[in-house]
Each structure stands twice: as structure tokens, then as C-alpha cells.
Design a protein around this ligand. Structure first.
Ligand SMILES: Nc1ncnc2c1ncn2[C@@H]1O[C@H](COP(=O)(O)OP(=O)(O)OP(=O)(O)O)[C@@H](O)[C@H]1O
Ligand SMILES: Cc1ncc(CO)c(N)n1
Length: 269
């Protein structure tokens, strides 16, 4: 038997709801074989990030070479990359191994406010990684940082930002509306020609730790199985909506989403 292969290049979340852990659980739920490259360790739980321990460039490069020279991958996803140096290295290695189906989740700040990307690394992200991405998945504050504008507050402002993001080189922009001040959870998808709105009801829960990581990982898993990008994004939206609907009241703070919910619901249907 063979399985499509998906690689996550991201930070470790000891609390299990975001980062590498969320990505591997999502890959498993969507029937792909997951591999990982850890860029940084975080000491993290539902209450926040208590420590960030970036890995050396040597450690990141050795993991990338180990996975890509032997196992290979059908798609990859980047999450927390922490520094300009790590971004430059990851971009170079993904080019060297000709990884074409790449999802870049431009992770910058954790829900509690901790910085997961150094301020000066944003330019490296724009210049080196975004141009080779098939899909990027910024939330509204990340889009504002990348484009250099105020944070979009309306659908019209989101559309403007999506067009500017597309000019930076990624084939598909998924601008996530989870942070909109009110109304439904609308994500905009833009491929340079057409704009699609993916809309779901806003689920009333505080347990949304790891939503962004899980969503981007689901897109990567579907791309690994050779889904077309728009189809992959639509499946991922269904996956994250199920995971938030059945999110878990674990820990004393913002609990994680439920990665098993999508498969369970499909089994019951
Ligand atoms: N309360 C909610 N109800 C329904 N969908 C939501 C809700 N919050 C977020 N989403 C959806 O979850 C996905 C992730 O979006 P979000 O904007 O939360 O990402 P993020 O801020 O990058 O997450 P993270 O904080 O994990 O980095 C998007 O598809 C978004 O529309
Ligand atoms: C390791 C890690 N990556 C990403 C996020 C963003 O949610 C987080 N909280 N932790």
C-alpha cells in the first residue's frame, strides 16, 4: 500500500493543539503519511507560550535532508519559521528538492500574543518563500504586516489585500477571516483571476488554539493527494469547521480544536 506524503516544517507545540503536533494529526486524519522538520521548540499550553527555543540552522538542514533525500514528499507546509536565517534555508532546500506543492502559513504571533517570527524576518518571508508558494494562508494581522497596510476590517478591504498579496508571487491566496470583528467566518480565495468566498457560521467557542495550523495542514494533505488547489482549500475549510465545532475544553485556557471530528462526522453520515 502507498500513501501520499506530506511534510510539515514548523515549530513544536508541547500542548499538542498547534504547530507540528496539529499538522501531523491532521495529516493522519486525511490519510497521508506525515513527516516533520522542527524549526523551534515551544514550551506551550492552553494558557500561552512559556518559552521559545529555536533550533540551529544545522539541525533544521539535517532534518530537511534526512526527509527529502530518502522519503521525499508530495506536498509541504511551513508554519512557525522564527528567523530570517531559517526562512532562507528552508526556501533554498525546497527549491533544491523541487517541492512544488507548498503551503506557506505565515505564522507570526500566537493567540496569547507571543512572537513566533522575528520582526526583521518578514522581508525574508516576502522575498524568498512567498514567490515559491502554491498557497498562502495569512490571517488578517499577518496580511497587514506582509502588505504594509492597516488590518482589513471588511470584506472589501480583504479583497484589496488579497490582490496585493497575489502580486507577491503565490499562485493562491487564502485570506482567513477568523479575526473579522463580527459576522460569519469568511475566507477569501484569490488565484489572480477569480475571487471565491468560503463562508461558514462563526462558531461560538473560545477553544480555537491551532485553527490556522490545522487549516493549512489540511490544505497540504489534500494537495499531497493531488487535489486541485481550490478543491483542497474547500475540503480543508470543512475539516477546520468540524474541528472547531467539536473543539476540546482541555486545559485552563484556549483549548485545541478536535482533529478527529471531520473523520468521525464523515463516518456517521
Ligand atoms: N469561531 C470560528 N468559527 C468558524 N470558523 C472559524 C472560527 N475562527 C476561525 N475560523 C476559521 O478557521 C480557519 C483559521 O482561521 P484563523 O483566522 O483563526 O487562523 P489563525 O489566526 O491563523 O489561527 P492561529 O491563531 O492558530 O494562528 C479559517 O478558515 C477561519 O475562517
Ligand atoms: C508552534 C506553534 N506554531 C504556530 C502557532 C500559531 O497558532 C502556535 N501557537 N504554536
Amino acid at each position: 500500500m502507498t500513501l501520499a506524503k506530506a511534510l510539515t516544517i514548523a515549530g513544536s507545540d508541547s500542548g499538542g493543539g498547534a504547530g507540528i503536533q496539529a499538522d501531523l494529526k491532521t495529516f493522519q486524519e486525511l490519510d497521508t503519511f506525515g513527516t516533520s522538520v522542527i524549526t523551534a521548540l515551544t514550551a506551550q499550553n492552553t494558557l500561552g507560550v512559556h518559552g521559545v527555543f529555536p533550533q540551529t540552522l544545522e539541525a533544521v538542514e539535517a532534518q530537511l535532508d534526512a526527509v527529502l533525500s530518502d522519503i521525499g514528499t508530495d506536498a509541504a507546509k511551513t508554519g512557525m519559521l522564527f528567523s530570517a536565517e531559517i526562512i532562507t534555508l528552508v526556501a533554498r532546500k525546497l527549491r533544491q528538492y523541487e517541492v512544488k506543492r507548498l503551503v506557506v502559513d505565515p505564522v507570526m504571533i500566537a493567540k496569547g500574543g507571543a512572537s513566533l517570527l522575528q520582526e526583521e524576518a518578514v522581508q525574508a518571508l516576502i522575498k524568498e518563500l512567498l514567490p515559491q508558494a502554491m498557497v498562502i494562508t495569512p490571517n488578517l494581522p499577518e496580511a497587514a504586516k506582509i502588505v504594509g497596510c492597516e488590518e482589513p476590517q471588511t470584506l472589501a478591504e480583504m479583497k484589496e489585500a488579497a490582490v496585493k498579496l497575489h502580486q507577491l508571487g503565490p499562485a493562491y491566496i487564502v485570506l482567513k477571516g477568523g479575526h473579522l470583528p463580527s459576522g460569519p467566518a469568511i475566507d477569501l480565495v484569490y488565484d489572480g483571476h477569480e475571487l471565491h468566498e468560503l463562508e461558514t457560521e462563526r462558531i461560538a467557542t473560545k477553544h480555537t488554539h491551532g485553527t490556522g495550523c490545522t487549516f493549512a495542514a489540511a490544505i497540504a494533505a489534500e494537495l499531497a493527494k493531488e487535489a486541485a488547489p481550490l478543491e483542497a482549500i474547500q475540503t480543508a475549510k470543512a475539516f477546520i469547521t468540524a474541528a472547531i465545532t467539536h473543539s476540546l475544553a482541555i486545559g485552563g485556557g484556549i483549548g485545541p480544536t478536535n482533529h478527529a471530528a471531520y473523520r468521525r462526522l464523515a463516518g456517521e453520515a
